[in-house]
Each structure stands twice: as structure tokens, then as C-alpha cells.
Design a protein around this ligand. Structure first.
Ligand SMILES: NC(=O)c1ccc[n+]([C@@H]2O[C@H](COP(=O)([O-])OP(=O)(O)OC[C@H]3O[C@@H](n4cnc5c(N)ncnc54)[C@H](OP(=O)(O)O)[C@@H]3O)[C@@H](O)[C@H]2O)c1
Length: 259
């Protein structure tokens, strides 16, 4: 299988290309990567090009990984080929119409692709075959894990949820570290404490395989220091702030459709 990534020098496209090679799914020679600027120098054995049409001709699977605002300028046709878009807010119908293929998938990774831990939901147009699905799973599993979901509405919602990747936990970490430093902790110690706590939390939630609400309840029921912290955060509007943030992200994701 030859994979072409339009925007292969970018944050997500580059992470995908490097993961495919590092994980042994593809060799460098099985990749064609396009960009506007000069090729970045990594994956020298891949074919680098500025010509999306050349990329499409060489590829069995074409990954669209440019920013939504750059999508209208992409000049490419891919009649009958499998196309996997990771772009936020660009619909299956738009891609199918522009590229001349019904074999279109929308996948929504996140920046943890860089460390092989993206959660990537994806949805497929009606003409996508079982063999195509196997190819999509190969891409998704190269950068982490994922699920096929039944509708584009779910992808649009998850663009502002899992698609944001490390952003919201990093926001929480920033607030935690700022408070710790304001209370006199050395910044390096505060940072290490918070980052290790987030890593440990992820591993614990993964290992327990239970609703995180159960973990929160266990701490509240303990009636110690943590319960006081949780209840004060909730009283100050923690849940409402999260819902408001996700609402704003969803609105932006939907607004991209009409942009
Ligand atoms: N970053 C995330 O966390 C994330 C998460 C989920 C989904 N996404 C989606 O993934 C897509 C890529 O995002 P990104 O964060 O990887 O953006 P990015 O780092 O800006 O990468 C996009 C790349 O597209 C290239 N490009 C633009 N126009 C091109 C053209 N005509 N031909 C070839 N290459 C072209 C750019 O190349 P030059 O640098 O050479 O101009 C750039 O490196 C977006 O649609 C975004 O919505 C991103």
C-alpha cells in the first residue's frame, strides 16, 4: 500500500508519517508527502513533493492533513481512490465532490499522535469497503487507537472533545501549577508533581476500566482533603465551565463547515 499525505510536513500529517514508518507498518519508500514550503529533512527516503496531483497518482490511500482554511486551495483529483481526511469541519460530501471519489473517510486524531496515544474516531461514506476499513485501521492504530462511529455529527462533536487532545488537561495542569507556585513551591517541583499526577491518573483510569465518575465518588466518599477540594471546585462552577468550553468548541467545529 502506498500512502500519500497532503500536509505531510505538518503537526498531524508528520506524526502519522513518522509513526507509520517507526511502527513498521510502511517503509519510507511507501510514502509520498506533500507540503508548500521546503521539505523538512526527516523521512528522506519518502517522496517529497509540492504537487498534490503527483501525490494522488502515486498513492493508493490519500490522507488530507491541511488546515481547513487551506482545503479550498488543494488542487487534486482522486477518482475512485480511498481518501482519509483528518481535517476538522470539512464534510464527507465536500471531499467526495471535490476529489471525485465516494471512498471517503473522516478521521479525527489528536496531538497525542506524536507519542502514539491519539484516540481517533472515524466515520466512513457508503462506498467505503471492508478492505478500505482495514487500511483506515492501520493508519489509526499507527498513532494510537480509535473507533468507527456512525455519523459525521459524532465526528463534529468529538473534534472539540478528544480532538483537542492534550489541550484541556494541559489547561488544568497550568492552573494547578500556577496555584502551587503562588503557594511557594519551586516551579520545577510543581511542574513535575502535576505532570506525574496526570500521567498516573491516565494510567489508573485505563487500568481500572471504570467510569471516572466512580473514581471521583470514591474520593468524595472518603471525606478527607480531596473531597473538600472537589466540592469547592464544583461549587465554583467547574462542570459548567467545562460544558461551556465544549459548547464553544462544538460551535467552532460546526462553523468550519460553512467557512
Ligand atoms: N493539530 C491537532 O491537534 C489536530 C487534531 C485533530 C485534527 N487536526 C486537523 O488536522 C489538519 C492538519 O492540522 P495540523 O495541526 O497538522 O496543521 P499544520 O501543522 O499547520 O500542518 C498543515 C500542513 O499543511 C501543509 N499545506 C498547506 N497547504 C498545502 C498545500 N496546498 N499542499 C501541500 N501541503 C499544504 C502546510 O505546509 P507548509 O508548512 O509547507 O505551508 C502545513 O505543514 C487540520 O485540518 C486540523 O483541523 C489537527
Amino acid at each position: 500500500m502506498h500512502v500519500g499525505i497532503i500536509g505531510g510536513n505538518g503537526w498531524i500529517g508528520g506524526a502519522l508519517a513518522r509513526a507509520l514508518v517507526a511502527g513498521g507498518s510502511l517503509g519510507e519508500a511507501d510514502l509520498t508527502l506533500s507540503c508548500r514550503s521546503a521539505p523538512p529533512g526527516w523521512l528522506p527516503g519518502a517522496r517529497w513533493t509540492r504537487d498534490s496531483r503527483e501525490l494522488a497518482e502515486r498513492s493508493d490511500v490519500i490522507v488530507l492533513s491541511v488546515r481547513p482554511q487551506d482545503w479550498p486551495a488543494i488542487d487534486v483529483a482522486a477518482p475512485g481512490k480511498l481518501v482519509v481526511s483528518v481535517m476538522a469541519g470539512v464534510s464527507l460530501a465536500d471531499i467526495a465532490g471535490r476529489l471525485g471519489t465516494g471512498r471517503v473517510v473522516r478521521a479525527l486524531p489528536n496531538a497525542a499522535a506524536e507519542v502514539g496515544r491519539s484516540y481517533t474516531p472515524w466515520t466512513a461514506a457508503a462506498e467505503v469497503t471492508e478492505a478500505d476499513r482495514a487500511a483506515v485501521r492501520l493508519l489509526v492504530e499507527a498513532i494510537g487507537s480509535g473507533d468507527e462511529v456512525g455519523s459525521e455529527a459524532e465526528i463534529d462533536y468529538m473534534t472539540g472533545l478528544s480532538g483537542t487532545g492534550p489541550a484541556y488537561p494541559a489547561l488544568l495542569a497550568t492552573a494547578l501549577i500556577a496555584d502551587a507556585v503562588a503557594h511557594g513551591l519551586p516551579p520545577a517541583v510543581a511542574r513535575r508533581a502535576v505532570v506525574e499526577m496526570l500521567i498516573g491518573t491516565g494510567r489508573l483510569l485505563e487500568a481500572k476500566d471504570e467510569d471516572p465518575a466512580e473514581t471521583v465518588k470514591a474520593f468524595v466518599d472518603y471525606r478527607g482533603v480531596t473531597a473538600e477540594g472537589i466540592e469547592a471546585m464544583r461549587a465554583a462552577g467547574f462542570d459548567a465551565a467545562v460544558a461551556k468550553g465544549l459548547g464553544a468548541a462544538l460551535a467552532k467545529s460546526l462553523a468550519l463547515q460553512g467557512a
